[in-house]
Write a protein that binds this ligand. Structure first.
Ligand SMILES: [Zn+2]
Length: 191
């Protein structure tokens, strides 16, 4: 009996990786192989994230206060909620702030910072998934959700897969380092 893979996404990584096709394109990270299987995987993951965000939003909707903590105006459930979720203030305050940043030339930095933070968060997610996938390659068989047990095609394939995953993890680390230093630069420029 092989090790049971419970995490759907990880299983997906493994399935794709097993055929030697691990690939994705994320800011700052160029992986070993490119292919449509992975695009599909990414789309599924995006959907999963959207579902999560929706749940998160529903949860936050309850928590949005009556008044904006910054300007004390009454918050509008429909209009302000999105802004509250991201910025913890009302839409009017966010727009005012962004207008001010545009006027003072800070807006580009602000946008860049958001992009870098987002890329860092995505890469960290990938790293965890690849590390888990690597762990899974220590077993000789794995179990599909259907219960069907499958053996890795050959040990050669498994070694190749491990190497690819390791290479991708190294690339992720390099990109993370680069992004962290980009972020530090941005923070320096802001002050
Ligand atoms: Zn406000």
């Amino acid at each position: 009996m092989g090790h049971k893979i419970t995490n759907k996404n990880m299983k997906r990584v493994l399935e794709v990786a097993r055929d030697g096709k691990v690939s994705t394109t994320t800011v700052g990270w160029t992986p070993n192989v490119k292919d449509e299987e992975y695009t599909k995987y990414k789309e599924e993951e995006k959907q999963r994230k959207l579902d999560q965000e929706e749940k998160h939003e529903m949860f936050k909707q309850h928590r949005m206060p009556w008044f904006c903590p910054e300007c004390n105006s009454v918050m509008n459930k429909r209009l302000d909620n999105k802004f509250w979720r991201i910025h913890n203030k009302c839409m009017g305050c966010v727009i005012k702030e962004e207008t001010h940043m545009r006027a003072t030339g800070q807006y580009d930095l602000y946008e860049k910072e958001k992009m870098v933070l987002n890329a860092i968060s995505n890469l960290k997610d990938y790293k965890i998934q690849f590390e888990l996938a690597l762990e899974q390659t220590n077993t000789e068989t794995f179990v599909h959700e259907s219960g069907e047990v499958e053996k890795w095609k050959t040990i050669g394939t498994l070694d190749h897969l491990k190497e690819n995953i390791k290479k991708d993890i190294i690339k992720i680390d390099e990109s993370l380092e680069q992004l962290q230093s980009d972020l530090e630069d941005i923070i320096k420029q802001k002050t």
